[in-house]
Design a binder for this molecule. Structure first.
Ligand code: SAH
Length: 393
């Protein structure tokens, strides 16, 4: 029998409103025995069925809900979930395009799959689990992936991110998993090498795809500074758009190495580009050029609420440093991917930066995560990428 979690009276509202997390404080008791990662049912205090999901014995989230139907997580369940996620990307015009072969197939809560990320790189699939339940489901998830994609599937890799998974289960080995470690992808005509074994996250920051494309449309004849450039996502988009000069800055030497390979792969004139292994804030103190467009795409400054205040101060300092060196009429494309810093707070930090520097700044466009990083209307926490396209006078 499937074990059951019974909620306290009045604590079932959020589950009924389709929020996918049951917090430990909402739990009245359990029926049956359950282990970390088990499939469980969630019941109201009166014993009515509400939902099913993965149980977690540690942390503040006790159940990650995956369905509001009474069902079993067999291979058919995972196949239907993956098919629904794929259909979202097809409807959104992302999957099945000739000029684009890298996209996020599954984005956790946004696809009603809390704890699971799957990225597709030219039909090599990279799977990341953020819960014990998902790790334990890997054999079925990978089988379902093979069923959905059939012959088109080239490989499956399991990416374990140190410190991310909230459990200590060893990752099982899967036939064929881990044999392929990289691929070449195409994003609106730009080619990039991706290595999910040695790279950051699953190897590439797919969430900036539309913002890279926007930069390409703005870059003709412009001098562009791309900070936190990683393997050159925005740099290549700027060169493709006809930038007259691109400077790329990242503190990671391996990322800059892959950027160099990416430049070569696309055949850009090396004279148009220069890379710097440096801390961005240091670089901005004494830049070798004046730039028409500056990109700021830092890693998440705050991963937890406790770090939020410092993160906001960090965004303020960073944006002030960039605004300081931007000529009149210059553009700043600035981002925050910290989930705990919401858009209002981020814009507040950028406003403070503008006041610090005495610049008049206009928002030309608000920037967001793309449709392959969908957000459940009932789980607004899934909206994490916030950006601004600004013009400084
Ligand atoms: N814009 C990139 C993704 C950026 S990810 C893209 O489109 O692909 C954030 C990057 O910031 C990582 O490559 C990381 O190595 C780099 N980074 C982290 N701290 C840094 C710092 N203090 N100065 C410069 N780069 C930094």
């Amino acid at each position: 029998m499937t074990a059951r979690i019974v909620l306290k009276a009045g604590k079932d509202e959020s589950v009924k409103r389709l929020h996918p997390w049951v917090f430990s404080g909402a739990v009245k008791g359990v029926q049956g025995s359950m282990e970390h990662g088990d499939w469980v049912e969630v019941l109201t205090s009166r014993g009515e069925f509400l939902a099913c999901g993965h149980y977690q014995h540690s942390g503040s989230i006790t159940v990650r809900i995956l369905t509001w139907e009474k069902e079993e997580p067999d291979v058919g369940f995972w196949r239907r979930k993956i098919e629904a996620a794929l259909n979202r990307r097809i409807v959104a015009g992302i999957a099945n395009r000739p000029d684009l072969n890298a996209w996020r197939l599954v984005f956790a809560e946004g696809d009603q799959l809390s704890g699971l990320i799957i990225d597709c790189y030219d039909h090599h699939f990279v799977v990341q689990c953020h819960s014990a339940g998902m790790e334990r489901s890997l054999p079925l998830i990978t089988e379902a992936l093979r069923e959905v994609f059939g012959e088109a599937l080239k490989s499956i890799a399991i990416k374990a991110e140190a410190g991310k998974s909230d459990n200590q289960l060893p990752l099982a080995e899967f036939p064929g998993a881990g044999e392929t470690t990289g691929a070449m992808i195409t994003e609106y005509g730009c080619k990039y090498l991706v290595n999910w074994k040695t790279g950051q996250k699953t190897g590439f920051f797919l969430d900036q795809r539309e913002n890279r494309r926007l930069l390409g449309n703005l870059a003709k004849g412009k001098k562009v500074l791309n900070t936190f450039c990683y393997t050159g996502g925005f740099s290549l988009a700027a060169l493709q758009g006809g930038a007259s000069l691109v400077h790329s800055v990242d503190s990671s030497a391996p990322a800059i190495e892959l950027l160099r390979e990416n430049l070569e792969l696309n055949g850009y004139d090396p004279a148009l580009h220069q890379a710097f292994v440096s801390d961005t804030q240091q670089f901005l103190k004494n830049p070798p050029e004046t730039y028409d467009i500056i990109i700021l795409d830092p890693p998440a400054y705050a991963k937890h609420l406790s770090a939020r205040h410092n993160a906001i101060q960090g965004y303020r300092r960073l944006n002030a440093a960039a605004l300081q060196i931007l000529p009149p009429g210059g553009l700043l494309m600035t981002f925050s991917c910290s989930q705990v810093v919401d858009r209002r707070m981020f814009e507040g930090a950028v406003m403070a930066a503008a006041l610090d520097t005495g610049r008049r700044v206009t928002i030309l466009q608000r920037l967001v995560q793309p449709a392959d990083h969908p957000v459940s209307l009932f789980h607004p926490e899934g909206e994490y990428l916030k950006g601004l396209l600004l013009m400084a006078e």
